[in-house]
Design a protein around this ligand. Structure first.
Ligand SMILES: O=C(O)C(=O)C[C@H](O)C(=O)CO
Ligand code: ZN
Length: 276
């Protein structure tokens, strides 16, 4: 598991492109037949990507975390961003179609990921964060998520945000997880940008053409920077950083958050005219 230590806002002015990308961009999570994890010290979130083809992929050992099992002191959300597949947790199997999300509670021992069809593999994207209670596993199908229609066509930011792991949909300790889809022809996400001092956030951009990029904006409002983000790359957004992005073509993204609370509306919008 690769570890990213993260940086402080005061570090940003001195970072060149390579350093900025090393601290805030997670590339290469999804490779056919592999399961990859990145541990960030930003609120100890683990990001994972599993792409099972012919053979199932399993995880669950906690030795790198200093616990018996990976989930001895953690909860997780697993979003399927590819073809249909299955996730089995200690013998209980859940069928995940594209854009279904499974909540996995603390205490799961062995987690196995499988694709229904190796030629159209499932893409399992994992967010795991420390948890303080045992909450039952629960599959949230796309149609059970809570949709919010946001933005305006004339401002090129019309989009549908779906909450999956959220107190109004299914309980968790401190993990929040959802998926935002841009309406066709719209390019801007998270408009206006915002800060949430009490939560970090990870974005995983997907459903992009290989040649397209999302220009993701981050940093303190008066000291912004950009990251050029490709398909299935993730961005780490610490509590002090704004986040918003514009795509050169169609895209969607998974957002995952953790921190002090699960109050989605506990955020501070940042007026666009104050950004530098
Ligand atoms: O497009 C949006 O707006 C989002 O998806 C916002 C993210 O969910 C977010 O930043 C939540 O804090
Ligand atoms: Zn946010």
């Amino acid at each position: 598991m690769r570890t990213i230590y993260g940086a402080a806002p005061g570090d940003i002015p001195s970072f060149d492109t390579a350093r900025l990308r090393a601290e805030f961009l997670v590339e290469g999570l999804f490779r056919n037949g592999e399961l990859n994890f990145v541990y960030t010290h930003i609120d100890r979130m683990i990001l994972g990507g599993g792409c099972p083809t012919e053979k199932p992929l399993s995880f669950g050992d906690g030795s790198e975390l200093g616990t018996e099992y990976f989930l001895s002191a953690r909860e997780a959300g697993i979003a399927n961003l590819g073809g249909s597949g299955r996730v089995t947790i200690d013998g209980e199997t859940f069928a995940l179609d594209n854009r279904d999300v499974l909540y996995v509670g603390r205490g799961g021992k062995k987690i196995t990921l499988e694709s229904d069809d190796a030629s159209r593999p499932a893409l399992f994207y994992i967010n795991s964060v420390p948890a303080g209670a045992d909450i039952p596993n629960r599959l949230v199908k796309r149609q059970e998520s809570k949709p919010l229609d946001l933005g305006e066509e004339r401002r090129a930011n019309k989009r549908t945000l779906r909450m999956y792991i959220h107190p109004e949909v299914t309980p968790s300790c401190l993990l929040l997880m959802g998926i935002t889809d841009l309406a066709p022809g719209n390019i801007w996400n998270t408009m206006p940008p915002h800060l949430h001092e009490r939560r970090m956030e990870a974005y995983l951009y997907f459903d992009m053409a290989d040649e397209d990029r999302v220009v993701h904006l981050m940093g303190r409002p008066a000291e912004t920077r950009h990251l050029m983000v490709g398909n299935c790359d993730a961005v780490l957004s610490p509590a002090w950083s704004i986040h918003m992005g514009a795509g050169t073509g169609p895209y969607a993204f998974v957002w995952g958050m953790t921190g002090e609370n699960q109050a989605y509306n506990d955020f501070q919008p940042v007026p666009l005219a104050t950004l530098k």
